[in-house]
Design a protein around this ligand. Sequence first.
Ligand SMILES: Nc1ncnc2c1ncn2[C@@H]1O[C@H](COP(=O)(O)OP(=O)(O)OP(=O)(O)O)[C@@H](O)[C@H]1O
Ligand SMILES: [Mg+2]
Length: 440
Amino acid sequence: MKIYVLCTGFSARSIDHLTLQNIQNIVYSEFNSAFPNQPVPEIEVCDANAPKYDMVIVLEKYPTEGVNNPIQRGQEMAKGIARRLSSVLPKEICYSGRVACKQQKDVPGVGTDIGSKAPAPESDNLEDEYKRLAAQFQAEPPRYTFSRLVISEEVKKSLLSAIAILENRQVLFEDWGLGSIMSPSVLLNLYGSSGTGKTMAAEAIADRLKKKIIRASYADIESKYHGEGPKRLKGIFRAAKEQDAVLFIDEADSMLSARLTDTSESSSQTINSMRSQLLMSLEEHDGIVIFATNLIENYDKAFLTRLVCVEMERPDFQARKEIWKRHLYPVGEGAKLNIPLSEDVDLDKLAEYDFCGRDIRNAVKQGCINAVIKNPGTVTQENLLEACATTQAELDRLHNISNPDVLRGRKTTDEDKAKIVAKIADKFSAAAKEMVDEDP
Ligand SMILES: Nc1ncnc2c1ncn2[C@@H]1O[C@H](COP(=O)(O)OP(=O)(O)OP(=O)(O)O)[C@@H](O)[C@H]1O
Ligand SMILES: [Mg+2]
């Protein structure tokens, strides 16, 4: 699908590249919301002459598959674009919010003589800018291997089958020629509650693929400057490509959620353009990108259809026991862990605490601290159990802080409710008595 963006009320030549890119992002995100689940379109910004409008969006043809009323959707798309354009166009451009959407067959000449192409976007300055941004994201060796990670066989199978395409790249893409019909990209989303091993899994995957890893969180990419976030995002994908690294984007929740419809806030517009840029970057990227998110709420279908999602589950009793083991005893060759454990350490008892991996790591640390203070030289079961109790108390405290009932104060008990009802009843009967007394 090709979309021509005809600048009619102003000249595409008079606007800078960043604005052009913002226009493309807006067009893309509005197209995506009006016509979900369509392939990523190619967008060309041109100059044209049509005095009634500021901009005419010309779709090669209306998508029809799974789309009801495409003409109306096209109009909604035009409205959405019109609403958002004012925030990206320079002030000196006289813009009056008139945007139309048409099909190519209804606009004779589009793609031939009507549109003279807008200036080439990649100016030298911009190239330098992307280089500068890409240089900020350096790939590093992964910190964990699969041998440290405790996951169910099922989760392990899902992770390994997701990356099998890269491990067998030579056979699949060179020998069997799959490269002629698709790109060897792997887009993985690890989701699950905090401390369940999402970051560890991303690192273990990089280790398995013998690649370095570029770690970035949404907070590293977003920027308070308008238009800077999408550029940084493009920069980071470029860095991953140049360094042939696994790209790991943590805290990706807000980026992967559905597009915001209230775009009156400039922060909403920024997130929307980040999402559009992300979709475009994912489409172009032919390496591996791993996202990690705690909450997948209101997921954007455009991402859902592109990502392989794997849930990192909270560990059950057996998994907890294994995680305790791997945090207390040396695992694998060359392991440096050397905790002087006493013989009474009982993993079954420790695993009874309903902890996630991170809680276990914290408890091990606390247990060792307890030991060096109280009984240096050995870490006993008592030291570890005491640490478990401390960790549990901390978890309860955090749970209470985030529990609105507790925040408001004590929960209303049944006894409290009975007292309130009795009080109201008392008031009513007193009032009724007064009325009866006053009646002649
Ligand atoms: N499945 C696991 N197997 C072994 N250790 C684990 C596991 N999950 C967590 N841990 C321990 O907890 C630590 C923190 O885990 P990690 O950072 O991978 O969690 P996360 O899911 O990325 O959490 P967050 O959502 O807060 O970023 C790890 O370094 C490890 O010590
Ligand atoms: Mg993490």
